[in-house]
Design a protein around this ligand. Structure first.
Ligand code: XIL
Length: 540
């Protein structure tokens, strides 16, 4: 092609050629997404078929649509979806034969005996699995049967959700439905599927259940009864990736395969995703795909739950890889090429996006309401890392030659400190990176200072306690915490920049942390990594 040197026309960028995600991961695992409906728009069809080689019906193969009344099987919608997916050369996964939601009441309602319930469960599982035999590679046989907070994960039966199936049949409903599915479609890989499997206790309950049932049925049609564990993967910016990896490793040690079955990463609020949130989300996707790649021997399939933000079941939190206009988000590029994405975005993204606030010079009294606080700028602490929009507040900061002073006012707190883990109590945390080094591991100038509404303090590192002082006042559903935090490694001066963030932990009435609100850092990694902190400018 002739080059246009000396040409007055502006150079036009070539169209972006994106490598399909399914091609990048061809030698690792299948890449799936939802088939939301029978008829898809052109854009939806493009995203689904260009980047994915597997699909899961988002709703059409659940018990309610397939058998709304006893004996009244309706396969039309589901058949249309399955046929279209297979015609596109993709694999189909079945979801789901038994669940406590989107299931008709008649199967197991009050008054249905154990025998009848078993009959209803096995008839449904058999009929459906036989119907799709040869067209699906695998089934979520049982969905979400384990409780979120098992007190004793060693006893998986006691950890079972008190669902209608459990109540009508008892704990053996689990093996009953798996056996029916194996008989009806011996070629399909049979999965147990659940969410929050990055929670170590919940994962342990699932591990114990699958272990026991596979030991009891080592030869159910030539192999153990349960072939795989599905980790739904509804994650957020705070998800701890080492917990995700620990569960993959735990399940893998059972000799079963693992699939990520409903991946999304909630990051925004109110249908808005800021640029910084988009990058943080991309980093989470990138890190997740690095974990999945590392365990590709175990992982059969990674399925996303939503073709774009607009059609996602959690659309208000913009969790998908494509935006409402079907454009690829940073999340997509994070998944596509994790190492490059992380290298390009981790520091620059966090730095350029960091908020900045001023701290004025002054030395307040901690007890009581010292009027000097009124001269300090108010910093909002109201960006939730969690889906639950719990306690929020504001912070004010002052400094003098030796200390930073932080006053945090918290609203809408439940005021619970029963949890033995101080981070799960109603409490505020201040993060300080004295040299604003934005390092991805804590250094000696970095510290985390936590105080609950009852003025009980905890520190990371423990040595950060030296010279620290605090006071707390409760008033109705609000409380304030005032802290004096010694500056340990810098000599503060007019214009000094200090890395800084504030976190508000909100407990539920049961004493579990249900919400986390931040000023700036939405990476979820503030306790070990200072690169996402906001910045304070000390002014005199
Ligand atoms: C969701 C669908 O995405 C929504 O369209 C529907 O209204 C509710 O169910 N866990 C599961 C999925 O196993 O079936 C759920 O799908 C999301 C949570």
């Amino acid at each position: 092609m002739p080059s246009g040197s000396g040409d007055s026309e502006e150079a036009v960028a070539p169209p972006l050629r994106i490598t399909p995600l399914k091609t990048v991961y061809e030698s690792y695992f299948l890449i799936g997404n939802v088939a939301p409906r029978q008829y898809l728009s052109e854009d939806e069809t493009y995203i689904l078929t260009a980047h994915h080689n597997a699909a899961t019906a988002e709703n059409a193969m659940k018990p309610q649509p397939l058998q709304p009344n006893k004996g009244d099987f309706r396969f039309e919608q589901a058949d249309a979806i399955v046929d279209a997916v297979l015609a596109a050369g993709m694999k189909m996964h079945g979801h789901t034969l038994a669940w406590h939601q989107q299931s008709p009441a008649w199967m197991n309602e009050e008054g249905v005996s154990r025998e009848e319930a078993i009959e209803n469960l096995t008839t449904h599982a058999r009929t459906v699995a036989e119907h799709f035999r040869g067209r699906v590679i695998s089934w979520d046989v049982l969905n979400e049967a384990i409780n979120d907070n098992s007190a004793n994960p060693a006893d998986w039966r006691a950890s079972l959700r008190q669902s209608r199936w459990y109540q009508t049949i008892g704990p053996d409903y689990v093996e009953i439905v798996f056996r029916a599915a194996r008989e009806a479609d011996p070629g399909a890989m049979l999965y147990y599927n659940d969410y929050n499997l990055d929670n170590r206790n919940k994962a342990l309950s699932v591990y114990n259940m699958v272990k026991e049932l596979n030991e009891k049925y080592p030869n159910a049609g030539g192999r153990p009864l349960i072939d795989g564990i599905g980790m739904q993967g509804h994650y957020n910016l705070q998800t701890n990736l080492s917990n995700v990896e620990a569960s993959i490793e735990r399940f893998s040690s059972l000799g079963v395969e693992v699939s990520v079955t409903e991946l999304d990463v909630q990051a925004g609020t109110d249908y808005e995703l800021t640029e910084a949130q988009g990058i943080s989300q991309g980093i989470v996707y990138a890190r997740l795909f690095n974990v999945f790649k590392k365990h590709a021997e175990t992982i059969a399939r990674v399925t996303m739950w939503g073709l774009n933000d607009d059609s996602s079941w959690r659309s208000e939190r913009s969790p998908a890889m494509f935006d409402a206009e079907f454009q690829p988000k940073p999340a997509f590029f994070g998944a596509l090429n994790p190492d490059v994405f992380i290298a390009q975005n981790l520091k620059s993204g966090a730095k350029s996006a960091a908020k900045q606030a001023e701290a004025h010079y002054g030395t307040p009294k901690l007890d009581g309401n010292d009027a000097i606080w009124n001269s300090a700028t108010e910093i909002p602490v109201n960006q939730h890392l969690t889906a639950w929009q719990g306690a929020t507040g504001t912070a004010r900061v002052l400094w003098d030659d030796k200390n930073l002073y932080v006053l945090v006012t918290v609203h809408n707190a439940v005021m619970n400190k029963t949890n033995a883990n101080p981070a799960e109590q109603d409490s505020v945390e201040v993060f300080i990176d004295e040299n604003n080094g934005k390092t991805n591991a804590f250094e000696k100038d970095d510290g985390q200072y936590r105080v609950n509404f009852d003025n009980e303090a905890s520190f990371n590192p423990a040595s950060a306690k030296s010279g620290f002082k605090s006071a707390a006042i409760v008033s109705g559903a609000a409380y304030t915490v005032a802290m004096r935090i010694p500056l340990r490694t810098i000599k503060p001066a007019n214009g000094t920049l200090v890395g800084f963030d504030v976190q508000i932990n909100g407990a539920s009435p049961q004493g579990m942390r249900q919400s986390v609100a931040m000023w700036n850092d939405l990476t979820g990694g503030s306790a070990t990594d200072t690169s996402g902190y906001g910045m304070l400018k000390l002014v005199k």
